[in-house]
Design a protein around this ligand. Structure first.
Ligand SMILES: C[S@@+](CC[C@H](N)C(=O)[O-])C[C@H]1O[C@@H](n2cnc3c(N)ncnc32)[C@H](O)[C@@H]1O
Length: 370
């Protein structure tokens, strides 16, 4: 009879190793010893690592276990929501944890997009299990967010003035301030009756032109951009929102700006949100803007911050017929300089208007042919 494994001596081990039973016992013992040793080494190292790197490693381990739990045990709506929130609240390489309210908004946005449900339905169905595809998609979106890619590009869409617009890396993501610019134009139409022939210069995703066309179905809306790829996105957006906008490719800085669409005396309202960030401000910008949004849409040469405004003010004088309203979105730093430039070019009733965050953000001016 073989003694029980716990009591067999090392000598007996070696000597008895020739019989089958002893061989079995030997290998069992060896395995136990090996695994104990490995465990001791591993846990020793792990403890050292934990002590050395403290929070960082414990954070990683927490996320690792959460991820395993998320995939294999809980994939119900409410745990998924918590999973997204936890992921976005922990920093990683080149990724800073987000603010609480930002995390809350993003978490619901992701779930709404993936599960194709509105917020009420998500709250109501909080115990519903997600499918494997939905879980994988959420994981992919969270991974992209942690590389600082803007959520609008990840989802391929955004909302502007109550409209759903497609966006990709060829167009600037429309900003909420620009919705206020649309409001100003609508208000101008009410007060002064203009807005039957509108031109949007540097249209990007087409957000301004499309919102105006939606709100003024009787207006003729034209929009130009230098980027053919941006115009493709804009045309798609006009189609999905069922509006008619005449998009065309044009370099507004070119020395011959007149095309069949841009004939003298053809517009009563011209609007533009052109590139307006001097290159020196690049350093103050967030990685999610710098690494993903088109630089052609953002920057102007350091020594020519008014480049686009001057050009647009010049050509607009000929495009107005004979009276017109000009609307600009501006860099708060250059408001006074733009006012002076417009004054020198013969515009009147020039006003700087603040946005909702009390920044000088828009300029409106009138042109009357003398
Ligand atoms: C700040 S983005 C504005 C986009 C959109 N209007 C908005 O408000 O979201 C500026 C746009 O100007 C376009 N652009 C840059 N240089 C241009 C040029 N020389 N002529 C016409 N458009 C230009 C860019 O392609 C970009 O779409």
């Amino acid at each position: 009879m073989l003694p029980p494994p716990s009591t067999i001596s090392r000598r007996e081990f070696t000597l008895g190793a020739i019989s089958d039973n002893h061989l079995l016992l030997f290998s069992r013992r060896a395995f136990t010893m090996f695994s104990r040793r490995a465990f001791t080494m591993f846990s020793g190292r792990a403890v050292t690592m934990f002590c050395c790197k403290g929070m960082y490693y414990s954070g990683c381990v927490q996320i690792f276990f959460e991820q395993i739990t998320f995939f294999f045990i809980f994939a119900a709506m409410k745990q998924t929501l918590q999973y997204i929130k936890n992921q976005l609240s922990v920093g990683a390489k080149n990724f800073s944890p987000l603010q609480r309210d930002e995390i809350q908004t993003l978490s619901y946005l992701i779930l709404q997009f993936v599960c194709k449900k509105d917020k009420c339905a998500l709250l109501r169905d909080k115990d519903t299990q997600l499918s494997a595809n939905e879980v994988a998609e959420i994981e992919k979106i969270v991974g992209e967010l942690k590389k600082n890619r803007p959520i609008q590009y990840i989802l391929g869409e955004t909302e502007f003035y109550g409209l759903k617009l497609a966006v990709d890396e060829n167009v600037l993501i429309p900003r909420p301030e620009t919705e206020e610019l649309v409001d100003l134009i609508l208000q101008g139409r009410k007060e002064r009756g203009a807005g039957s022939r509108i031109l949007d210069i540097a249209t990007g995703s087409g957000c301004i032109a499309i919102a105006l066309a939606k709100k003024m179905p009787d207006a003729a809306v034209y929009a130009l951009d230098i980027s053919e790829k941006a115009l493709e996105v804009a045309r798609q957006n006009a189609a999905t929102n069922h509006v008619n906008v005449h998009f065309f490719q044009q370099d507004v800085l070119s020395s011959a700006p007149y095309t069949p669409h841009l004939t003298p005396c053809s517009f009563d309202t011209i609007v533009s949100n052109p590139p307006y960030i001097p290159l020196s401000e690049k350093g103050d910008m967030h990685a999610n803007v710098l690494d993903y949004e088109p630089h052609e849409a953002l920057f102007v040469p350091e020594n020519e911050p008014l480049l686009f405004y001057e050009r647009i003010a010049d050509i607009s004088r000929n495009l107005f017929c004979p009276y017109g309203q000009l609307f600009f979105e501006i860099n708060a730093r250059f408001g006074e300089e733009i006012v002076q430039m417009l004054c020198e070019k013969g515009y009147s009733d020039i006003q700087i208007i603040q946005d909702i965050s009390k920044q000088n953000r828009f300029i409106q001016a009138l042109w009357k042919k003398q």
